[in-house]
Design a protein around this ligand. Sequence first.
Ligand code: HEC
Ligand code: HEC
Length: 313
Amino acid sequence: MMGLSILLISVACSEGLGTQKATAASLAQSSAGAPGSIEPVTSAVPYPLGLPSALKGRSVYQANCASCHGTYLTAVEKTNWEAQKNLPQEQWSEVTQQLVKENRQPNNPLWERKVNPDFYSADWRFEKTPGELFRLIETGKDRFGRLHPGPSGKMGEGWKGAIKDNRGGQLVATGDPIAIWNVVFYVWSRSIAGASPTRFTEAWNVYSQNCNVCHGTLGKGDGPLHKTLQPLPFNFQNYKAMAETTDTFLYWRISEGGQWTSIPESIQRTMTPEALKLYVHQWSSMPAWKGILTEQERWLAVDGVRSRTYEHE
Ligand code: HEC
Ligand code: HEC
């Protein structure tokens, strides 16, 4: 256990920016599964090595996804739009004027939402992992065989190599997987912003008051208390682990702390067996928060933890 967590942390630290292709060793390991078994998490997913950015994902979304999924706004844009949409144009704030200039106003028929889910709702993401959404968009299908349309609108077609990203003011098709990570976290962050305009701040408040001391401001597992603990506090910038973790799992883990004996089946089935085996540790000094924080605060803590793993508004 201890060896593993140290290894994971040192791997995370030695990696630079950009994305990483699977190594020969991890590919060999991935072909070891029996036919029909769930694909191991070590399969060829190019995990991001720096923080993905929901902020950069917005233009990727607008260029590739809005025609089906509709326009989504930042919390400030949304509040402004709601308050000003019926006012004469001269009275719009700068934010609203910019929105319309970029052709992102929600009543623009081109950007009307045609498909579900509504990314501004909360529950669509709880049982998904960012890694699974990445695979769905990159390849057009996920490990359950669910299909998603690609650039030509065909079901089961991936966006790999064809997704348009903003490069120096121009939209260009790119093979860089970071564009897909950025857009995955953009839609993920809509779900947080949709809950309330102050959700990111509230989540940060819960995290900084209760978790910083061990997990650190950036979530790297290096808070003031970390040296006194074994195993060390979890490093939330361990990208592979966080990309293969569901919010449902995080909520359970935060509630139960480090002294749990078994993971309920309803939680287990939201993750791959490989992710559970590789990244979940028992018998640590992680406190059980269920008696300390309310249910609502523990969900805010989930968003606080997840917010350490990507750049957002
Ligand atoms: C041609 C229309 C179309 C385009 C373009 C499109 N999508 Fe989708 N998307 C869909 C449909 C339809 C579904 C629902 C599939 C289902 O219910 O199984 C979906 C589902 C999703 C989901 C799954 C949500 C969930 O509940 O698991 C995500 C994430 C997603 N899309 C992201 C994107 C992103 C990111 C892009 C742009 C790169 C994009 N989509 C472009 C039609 C589209
Ligand atoms: C006293 C120090 C301490 C405090 C305070 C603390 N943690 Fe932890 N946390 C740990 C330790 C130690 C671990 C175990 C690391 C491991 O499992 O590898 C851990 C593990 C976790 C994990 C498990 C990650 C995973 O994928 O298995 C989550 C999630 C987590 N902490 C969230 C939180 C949140 C949210 C808070 C604040 C509400 C918090 N922690 C406060 C010490 C702490």
